[in-house]
Design a protein around this ligand. Structure first.
Ligand code: CP
Length: 305
């Protein structure tokens, strides 16, 4: 069994193995009967302690399209509300003999703690606090591969928005460093302390116009108010004036620069509708589509001998 807790668990060649497998699985979702027997008789539990539309649905569809038995549990309807600890919850779930647990939780690092205690299930990180969201970074890369002949060695990628609270940003930084791409981070200092750039050895830009210059890919991120115990911006309008990804600002990037956003989107705050809905350059719905195939590949990998 192979858990997937962090992009750091993967080598460059393992990243490409997952992307290659996912690429082959895309067509399963395009068939009339969207099912293959790859995980027949296997059990996948989706345990979500935070809200989700894309990740939870795509993991469930991925498991079902692989013929696994998929069970969804949300914290709101589980016995967590009666005071059960996360570890006890997982030990009880493990006692029912699933093969894979897909877990989203608000505490950074909780997957590592659990995987050290649970020996009979593979754990897939579907997002842990502000730490990581490895399958999002992998599906983002798969979406890029639908449009670019190469996704490594020198691609220029700008990430714009609330980087401080973003597990998507962190997983993408780790992944694209492994692929030898060039990452730039763009945000105000409250949402991107200079120490963050130093920790990952990536340049940071306070001026969006400067940061977007000549990049091939722009990843936009929303402000994650649910992770803030105080306000990190003076006003939404001021943030929008300085950092909203508008059509005019996109023109500073390379011609035909690709636009990405992991969702959920706050239209008109971090990105304009015009940019999100631009059919030629926006990969936003391609990202969601790739999520199913990528997660099928990750589930297969978890149980491969
Ligand atoms: N991108 C992402 O993780 O979206 P959800 O929160 O809807 O799963």
């Amino acid at each position: 069994m192979k858990s997937l807790l962090s992009i750091n668990d993967l080598t460059q060649s393992e990243i490409f193995e997952i992307l290659d497998e996912a690429q082959q699985l895309i067509e399963v979702s395009e068939r009339e009967i969207k099912k293959v027997p790859a995980l027949k008789g296997k059990g996948v539990i989706n345990l979500f302690y935070e809200n989700s539309t894309r990740t939870r649905t795509s993991f469930e569809l991925a498991a079902k399209r692989l013929s696994a038995d998929a069970v969804n549990i949300s914290a709101k309807t589980s016995s967590v509300s009666k005071g059960e600890t996360l570890l006890d919850t997982l030990l009880n779930i493990q006692a029912m003999s699933p093969d894979i647990v897909v877990l989203r939780h608000g505490s950074s690092g909780v997957h590592k703690f659990l995987s050290d205690k649970l020996e009979e299930v593979a754990i897939i990180n579907a997002g842990d606090g502000t730490n990581e969201h490895p399958t999002q970074a992998l599906l983002d890369c798969l979406a890029l591969r639908q449009r670019l002949s190469e996704v490594h060695n020198g691609l220029k990628i700008a990430i714009v928005g609330d980087i401080r609270h973003s597990r998507v940003a962190k997983s993408n930084i780790l992944l694209h460093k492994k692929l030898n791409n060039e990452i730039r981070l763009i945000a105000p200092s409250t949402l991107l302390p200079k120490e963050y750039g130093e920790a990952f050895d990536v340049p940071i830009y306070r001026d969006i116009r400067e940061g977007l210059k000549d990049v091939d890919v722009i990843m936009s991120l929303r402000i994650q108010n649910e992770r803030m115990e105080r306000s990190f911006i003076s006003s939404t309008q001021e943030y929008c004036d300085r950092y909203c990804l508008t059509k005019e600002r996109v023109k500073l990037a390379s011609k035909d620069a690709l636009i990405m956003h992991p969702g959920p989107i706050n239209r008109g705050v971090e990105i304009s509708s015009e940019v999100v809905d631009c059919k030629e350059n926006s990969l936003v719905l391609t990202q969601v589509k790739m999520g199913v195939a990528l997660r099928m590949a990750v589930l297969i990998r978890a149980l491969r001998d």
